[in-house]
Design a protein around this ligand. Structure first.
Ligand SMILES: Nc1ncnc2c1ncn2[C@@H]1O[C@H](COP(=O)(O)OP(=O)(O)OP(=O)(O)O)[C@@H](O)[C@H]1O
Ligand SMILES: [Mg+2]
Length: 573
């Protein structure tokens, strides 16, 4: 069995593999162009950037990212397409129809080929990470991309990025993370990458026999509040200052000049952000304690040269840590007015929003957690490339009222964790860890009168291995006799959910004999080792006999995704 883990990130894609007998997984190097086309090298990170020259010639990785930011000619580059997964985004290039799934498939194909070459064998199992906040459509689109990339369909699993990062952290430093003598602990995992600010809260129970039970209790909703967005705000800050200092009128630029200036400034903004964060971390013993003077002193030069009026003379500027704070102000909550602002919309668009959402989703999960508070957290872990920004660490410290712990390998933890997760679920390398997760959406069956009957509750906590879920019983109403039951399942938060999502494929469940209306039907559900829901519908006839029909339903976080769930509808004979 050859298994790989893939972190399909908004900015960077990485691949990991756990060699037999090794203590931990390792990254698989990914060959990619790093300079003008013929220069190819192997790197740990494959920047999630694709350039489509023609149907036969597609480039991905480091060189494409650099070229997209610095070349004077605007070419068909595709960057940060993960943000558009599951949407109707389409672009025509040289007669080719490019969708976000197609771009993701190009990246996954590069990864698959690199892994096959590196390991010298075909891949049987793949764990791909997705933001915890990804919707059903976004998860289905990721699976579609994996299919297009030729990854093995049967051995395909999705796992949430923070869960993967936590698996990695526990595998590396489990004993350090879990305080001695604590039977039950709550850990908040924050993954700040290029595209999303993802927050998950897990419960870790250490059992008497030293086994661990890990349960995902809650997570934030999908947002765009990460590295890419920070770069946009820093670029806008630089352009504003340039306008004021040089008296530029951007409206005089041609479309191409403006696009070029935007691309170059964005590139310089990201570069300055990374250098500043690195310097700030190196300059102070604890980034959480740096003072105002230091914020002015720590600075990096920024040089911008672009087409048009800027071509003749480069624009030079300095960006200080204080400037970075001003540029990113919109993401940082005003904690002095925390209570006043909690009601305020503006507060809710800062990084406090996803953190609060994750806390709230835990409170909503059951009565037992109704008053779950920051004080109940034992540990707050930070990962993802943007976790390097000390300002964010400071803000998170204030929001959660405890210093977060930044993982040492922030850029790699999700990819490595994907392999740890795959091995743990398969019962390898860590028989002692049991993983559970909470179902985010309930599964509903639609009755002939249009009502929705919940067959699986959203707050069920299910292990990732075979497990029976609570059984439901319902009566098919109306007149007549049923032979076929057309399954039509819906997903939603409640029976009244206006956003109830009907599944696209319908599945006809045929009972071997006709069933009179009013016959009670018991619904039994279990989660199989393949992580699919196995539904058994048992009709109990008046004379005591039973008629059974079965349906296998794909769980949202695995295999073909919820978009392929059968739907439940009743048809008369
Ligand atoms: N030293 C640094 N300081 C500040 N930001 C950094 C640093 N290093 C990387 N980043 C930022 O981290 C982001 C990339 O992080 P990462 O690779 O974790 O994202 P991703 O996994 O591709 O995105 P996502 O998880 O949101 O899909 C980029 O925005 C990059 O600019
Ligand atoms: Mg990431």
């Amino acid at each position: 069995m050859t298994r790989i883990g893939i972190d399909l990130g908004t900015t960077n894609t990485l691949c990991s593999y756990w060699p037999p007998g090794a203590k931990r997984p390792q990254l698989i190097p990914i060959p990619q162009p790093i300079g003008p086309k013929e220069k190819v090298d192997s790197l740990k990170l494959l920047p999630s950037a694709v350039y489509v020259e023609s149907e036969q010639t597609v480039f991905a990785g480091r060189w494409v990212k650099l070229d997209s930011r610095t070349a004077s000619e605007q070419k068909p580059y595709f960057l940060s397409m993960k943000k558009r997964m599951g949407t109707t985004y389409v672009r025509e290039v040289n007669g080719l129809t490019i969708t976000p799934e197609w771009v993701a498939a190009c990246l996954l194909q590069v990864v698959r080929k690199s892994a096959e070459n590196y390991l010298g064998k075909a891949i049987d199992e793949v764990v791909i990470t997705v933001p915890a906040s990804f919707s059903t459509e976004q998860r289905a689109a990721t699976l579609e991309a994996a299919k297009l990339a030729g990854l093995p369909r049967s051995g395909l699993k999705l796992v949430d990025e923070p869960t993967a990062a936590l698996c990695h952290a526990l595998n590396e430093q489990g004993h350090e993370l879990l305080s001695e003598g604590q039977h039950k602990q709550y850990i908040m995992m924050i993954d700040i990458g290029g595209g999303t600010f993802d927050v998950s809260i897990v419960q870790v129970i250490r059992n008497a026999e030293e086994t661990l039970d890990i349960t995902l209790l809650g997570c934030s909703r999908y947002n765009e509040m990460a590295g890419d967005d920070f770069d946009l705000y820093i670029a806008a800050f630089l352009l504003n200052r340039m306008e004021q200092q040089r008296g530029f009128d951007y409206s005089e630029l041609t479309h191409n000049e403006a696009a070029d200036l935007a691309a170059v400034t964005l590139y310089r903004a990201e570069e300055a952000k990374q250098k500043l964060s690195k310097l700030a971390r190196e300059s102070v013993s604890s980034p959480l304690r740096y003072n105002r003077d230091l914020m002015e002193k720590i600075q990096v030069p920024v040089e911008i040269s672009a087409m048009g009026p800027l071509e003749a003379e480069n624009y030079r500027d300095q960006l200080t840590v204080k400037d970075l704070g001003l540029a990113l102000k919109r993401f940082l909550p005003d904690l002095l007015n925390r209570h006043k602002n909690r009601e305020d919309k503006l507060y809710s668009y800062t990084i406090a929003k996803p953190i609060e959402e994750a806390m709230e989703s835990v409170r909503q999960s059951s009565e037992a957690f109704a008053v779950f508070d920051y004080m109940d957290l034992h540990e707050v872990l930070l990962t993802g490339g943007s976790a390097h920004i000390p300002l964010l660490e400071m803000a998170i410290n204030q929001i959660v009222a405890r210093p977060p712990r930044t993982l040492t390998d922030t850029m790699e933890s999700v990819a490595l964790g994907a392999s740890v997760f795959g091995a743990w679920v398969a019962g390898e390398h860590g028989e002692l860890v049991h993983l559970h997760e909470r179902i985010n959406d309930s599964v509903f069956l639609q009755l002939p009168d249009g009502r929705f009957e919940e067959v699986l509750s959203k707050n069920n906590v299910i292990p990732l291995k075979n497990y029976p879920c609570p059984t439901r019983s319902l009566k098919i109403g109306g007149e007549g006799i049923y032979k076929q039951v057309e399954l039509r399942l819906f997903l939603g938060q409640s029976a009244q959910d206006p956003f109830m999502a009907p599944m696209t494929t319908s599945h006809i469940l045929t009972f071997p004999e006709p069933i009179p209306s009013g016959t009670p039907i018991n619904i039994h559900c279990s989660v199989g080792p393949d992580r699919c829901f196995h539904f058994t519908f048992t009709a109990r006839l008046a004379e005591g006999s039973e008629i059974k029909a079965k349906a296998k339903v794909v769980q949202d976080r695995t295999a073909q995704g919820l978009a392929h769930l059968p739907q439940v509808n009743l048809t008369r004979l």
